[in-house]
Design a protein around this ligand. Structure first.
Ligand code: CP3
Length: 348
């Protein structure tokens, strides 16, 4: 059996054109997604209905022939497994109750419930059985720090100040929460790999708000443990880390956590990005707003990403999730431009 392109790259190999998938590739910008979501009633029902979730997971592959399918789920399902009531409000986004900032860590279950997590593994099984073997299935979880920011505040926030404050004032309670998250996230990732996920990704979307010492304590150390437990239990899975906004801390994250590859955000400098690519395969980092803009701005942005990272191990992606107002034609333009680009190594 041939190794799918992305897995080859994540193990340090190179292919041209680079493999491509897009963060949040299944979602509201696709009319076929909106139909299935309406059928499910709401987002959480969709996540816990394996047939429907598998259908939306595969929609972007059918439409764009992307190189990987990422299972349709959410990083916050874990919070509900730990005992918080989770809902998604169309205006305010996720709401988690009771919030830990108000009621403390006593709100957590003593033993986690798998009611929201088991369906995700069933979705992975369905997707793996329907997807061509040349394409990879990606499973994921949130970084413990990022999931904790929602669990403590009880909702999204701009600077995660409620959680930073809680962690400074109640370090042992916060440590308890992070340890619970590491333990359940590791089990969840192992189950996803056993269900058929070939690649696992850790989304630490709010890693960038922490000073270096706290980054070490609440991002690096928990992620290191999580990666260690997963590796001790599954062979042959590659792990992508996404400490979004980590800037200069990206390098110590890579070295100390043991992830195989790094997903880069849009803000990383060219120098740092290239330096990191000498140490590990890179995924990223087109600005999703350039994708929404389309035209010349998109072409220039795509060429720049290819120029920066095309000559090393590289998976083309966005630097953050695709926006719900993104025109579908722009996604086609992006993929065509990447697939028809000239291999920089052919000039050497
Ligand atoms: O990438 C994919 O296609 C797979 C599915 C996926 C979703 N969420 C589906 C989703 C993935 C990988 C995520 C990760 C996720 N979820 C993150 C990390 C990545 C990032 O964006 O920084 C975070 C922080 C969340 C938490 C979350 N989920 C928020 C804050 C929101 C509300 C804001 C929004 O975009 O609507 C969600 C909802 C959500 N997760 C939707 C989707 C498709 C929209 C739900 C809908 O109304 O249909």
């Amino acid at each position: 059996m041939i190794t799918p392109k992305i897995e080859k790259v994540l193990r340090g190999g190179q292919t041209w054109p680079p493999p491509i998938w897009l963060m949040r590739q299944a979602g509201r910008y696709l009319p076929e997604y909106r139909v299935v979501r309406a059928k499910a009633g709401n987002f959480l029902n969709l996540c816990s209905s394996p047939e429907l979730a598998a259908e939306v997971t595969l929609q972007p592959i059918k439409r764009f022939d992307l190189d990987a399918a990422i299972v349709f789920a959410d990083i916050l399902l874990i919070a509900s497994a730990l005992g918080q009531k989770l809902r998604f409000d169309d205006v305010h986004g996720p709401i988690l109750e009771p919030a830990i900032s108000k009621y403390g860590v006593g709100v957590l279950n003593s033993s986690a419930s798998n009611d929201m997590l088991d369906p995700v593994c069933q979705t992975i099984q369905l997707v793996r059985s329907e997807l061509d073997t040349s394409k990879s299935v990606i499973g994921f979880c949130g970084g413990p720090w990022t999931v904790a920011t929602y669990m403590v505040a009880g909702h999204s926030s701009v600077d995660q100040s409620a959680t930073r404050l809680f962690a400074y004032k109640n370090p042992s309670d916060f440590c308890f929460l992070i340890d619970r998250l590491v333990e359940i996230s590791a089990k969840y990732m192992i189950s996803q790999a056993k269900a058929g996920a070939n690649i696992l990704k850790i989304f630490d979307s709010w890693a960038g708000v922490l000073p270096e010492m706290e980054f070490e304590r609440w991002v690096i150390e928990p992620t290191r443990k999580l990666v260690e437990i997963v590796r001790a239990n599954v062979e042959d899975v590659t792990i992508i880390g996404f400490p979004r906004g980590a800037g200069d801390n990206y390098e110590s994250y890579l070295i100390k956590t043991g992830v195989d590859a790094l997903a880069l955000d849009t803000q990383i400098s060219e120098n740092l990005g290239r330096h990191l690519q000498e140490k590990a395969p890179i995924q990223g980092n087109l600005d999703p707003i350039a994708l929404e803009a389309g035209g010349e701005a998109l072409s220039r942005a795509v060429d720049r990403v290819l120029d920066q990272f095309g000559s090393g191990p590289f998976v083309f992606n966005l630097g953050h999730g695709i926006g719900k107002n993104t025109p579908i034609d722009h996604v086609h333009e992006l993929i065509n431009r990447v697939r028809n680009s000239v291999d920089p190594c052919s000039w050497k």
